[in-house]
Design a protein around this ligand. Sequence first.
Ligand SMILES: [Zn+2]
Length: 88
Amino acid sequence: MRLRAKTDPVTIAWARARGARIQVHCLRCCKMTVIGLDRFADHELIPDLTRHHTFRCTRCGSTNSETRPDYPEFGSGNLTWYGLTKAE
Ligand SMILES: [Zn+2]
């Protein structure tokens, strides 16, 4: 069991280079969607995307959301809300 903090700001360019995508979490109903990087610019920070883009939840309609990188090496859903790996 191991915890790994993800503290560095993650840019779109960094995510593109690693083949990562973006998880959008609805803060009202907790629905999570993984989206691609196509609509974003290289310099944008993934945790800051909700400041400049609006994501509408397809389940509850809320626009109150949070974005996080989706690391391909861990697979979708293996990270907790705060970017720590789940304890095994
Ligand atoms: Zn929702």
